[in-house]
Design a protein around this ligand. Sequence first.
Ligand SMILES: NC(=O)c1ccc[n+]([C@@H]2O[C@H](COP(=O)([O-])OP(=O)(O)OC[C@H]3O[C@@H](n4cnc5c(N)ncnc54)[C@H](OP(=O)(O)O)[C@@H]3O)[C@@H](O)[C@H]2O)c1
Length: 312
Amino acid sequence: MIKRQPITRRTALRVMGAGVAGMALAPHWARGDARDAILKPIPPTGEEIPVIGLGTWRTFNVGDDERAYPPLVQVVEAFFDEGGGMIDCSPMYGSAHNVLQYSFEQLGRPDTLFSADKIWTREGRRTRAQFREIADWWGVETFDLMQVHNLVAWEPHLETLREMKAEGEVRYIGITTSHGRRHADLARIMETEDDIDFVQLTYNITHPEVERRLLPLAEEKGIAVIANRPYDGGSLVRRLKQDAPLPEWADEVDCHDWPQFLLKWIVSHPAVTCAIPATSRVEHLRENMDAGRGRLPDAEQRNRMGEYVRAL
Ligand SMILES: NC(=O)c1ccc[n+]([C@@H]2O[C@H](COP(=O)([O-])OP(=O)(O)OC[C@H]3O[C@@H](n4cnc5c(N)ncnc54)[C@H](OP(=O)(O)O)[C@@H]3O)[C@@H](O)[C@H]2O)c1
């Protein structure tokens, strides 16, 4: 069993160089299925990102034994092969950072990568220290997005992240929660803090609660939305795949399986920027990425999709 260490600055530069070389060896990344990928704009800037990203919570938290890592490297490779953008991680996710570090060592980093991570500590003074620790795992100097995880010590962390954004260490800042009672707190933060770029929250076809207040608020305030737990932790997609037929009319919105159906329903909401399904399996990753291509349902079709699933 090998305990991996964070990448040092010098190693980071070497690995980044290897990544560029690796990309030369893997021209499919440059060619990119990204050409077909549905993109959505991040409201504050208009920068566009693919609507399907990659979560890492339980699926990449596999302990310190590196023998568990290669299958997950294949998942990361397939993600980029399919034109993937956002990868979301957190210090809360155990060895997920080790797996990402190992993956980037093997694969390099394509320029489509949109790095999203989180500050997760009750110590409000540790924002910069934890940021540096996370940056070392990724082997980067700056992040695309840094979020305050689950509203923990959100005031001091947000304040420091604002400074770090002004200093160019992070391009976007955000705040996350999942479902449940913190929604009211998140709404208050979105109403009072004027410079939040992203919120991350739980939104799926069986948990549409955020449609009442948080999604309209995000639209009104011009805040990007990341939908986490798109499969309700996995139970939803597993149950539907096992027990339920797709409706015949699913073809109308280019849904040929349940993962496409569930993810297209989420990312077609006008307020949602992207969804971040997590998986440990390449075949599932490819199914998920297929949801980011083809037609998306309109409002009427979304209603029909929701009613169909809720009636099962
Ligand atoms: N507060 C927060 O900030 C917060 C809270 C929750 C989640 N998140 C983020 O959101 C991400 C996603 O949420 P989640 O991991 O809780 O749950 P999820 O993405 O809803 O579900 C993940 C589960 O779905 C399964 N799965 C994925 N694709 C599949 C497919 N095509 N067919 C069948 N099964 C499939 C995976 O199993 P296999 O490995 O077998 O594919 C895994 O067990 C997290 O990983 C994390 O990055 C953030």
